[in-house]
Write a new protein. Structure first.
Lengths: 166, 166
DNA sequence: TGTTAAATCTTGTTTGAACAGATATTCATC
DNA sequence: GATGAATATCTGTTCAAACAAGATTTAACA
């Protein structure tokens, strides 16, 4: 956890400031806190839809895809279910069944951990790695198109503000 | 849709810049676009959980609550299902059943539109209005606590950036 | 006017999420 | 080493979301 101070001079064109009010067709102005919450929900929904559209041809949910990326990041080192749950973006109750589906599709394997037989160790398979390799450019492209409206500096500011909220 | 130019001088303390990397335990740095997407997902998940917790005592989902707020905003004017769908933050496929649940709970009523019998007009009931009145301070408080880490200027910037992405 | 298309809502089915309870293994303590 | 608590995962059930097809009413128009 670092502590730095950035000084940023930001010139922003406020083009679509009324978007949310347009959708909701509210007459009176909303508190800034509510507007922010609703805007985050709305943006999340838009991004989710776009990503899902990219993953649809591969029959993967966003969560399944993220788990595969987590496993790849391990580079062969074992991960147990708890680890996966901790690293998932949307906390889920049943990671077991998510992994089940990835096993059925042949993208991951599950072994009982010999050191601690309560745990299960999960690995990504060659098939899983190959799938990710195919998906990488697709998802990269989608993510870039999603964030295309902001330049690097603006994105950094956005991430900073989000991190302060979390 | 207005067009204005704001000049904002922003001094931001970057305190938790590494949060996402901490969770995912990734070694190599992520592209800024991916980081942004994951950060939005993560923030959305956190906010959703907090709001759900506030609504839980009232046995309302976030979507149900938002629909009630939309109906209240109409001040007695009829809204049909299509209108509601258009104004919902997360586009849903079956608004019918969402409204069904609100009817069962006695918060809204449904009538066939006489001018166009394909449409159904939906109104909020007195019970629904009373519920919202109870919920207002609770949700306001939650929303404020969610956004408490940012001051008004930062929130405005955040909303502007989000709007540019949408 | 009769046929077809469009708009609007509903229903059926399949899949995913949430929650609680069950199972299996390990750890701590006596 | 027997017992109860803690850890880690799995399973059952219930409820919500996604998707597609169906039903009803209106509009278009030859």
């Amino acid at each position: 956890m670092f502590e730095q101070i950035f000084i940023i001079h930001l010139y922003i064109q406020i083009l679509y400031m009324q978007q949310l009010e347009d959708i909701l067709k509210t007459k009176q102005p909303m508190p800034l806190s509510r507007k922010t919450v609703l805007n985050v929900f709305h943006l999340n929904s838009i991004i989710k839809d776009k990503l899902l559209l990219s993953l649809k041809p591969y029959d993967l949910s966003i969560e399944q895809f993220n788990v595969l990326r987590i496993l790849r990041g391990q580079k062969g080192q074992p991960v147990n279910l708890q680890d996966i749950q901790d690293r998932m973006i949307n906390k889920m109750s049943n990671t077991t069944r998510l992994v089940d589906k990835l096993i059925i599709k042949g993208y991951v394997e599950r072994f009982v951990c010999e050191n601690n037989r309560r745990k299960v160790e999960i690995f990504i398979t060659e098939t899983g790695l190959k799938l990710l390799k195919n998906l990488d450019p697709v998802v990269d492209e989608t993510e870039k198109s999603i964030t295309a409206a902001l330049n690097a500096e603006e994105l950094k500011i956005l991430n900073t503000l989000i991190n302060k909220l979390k």
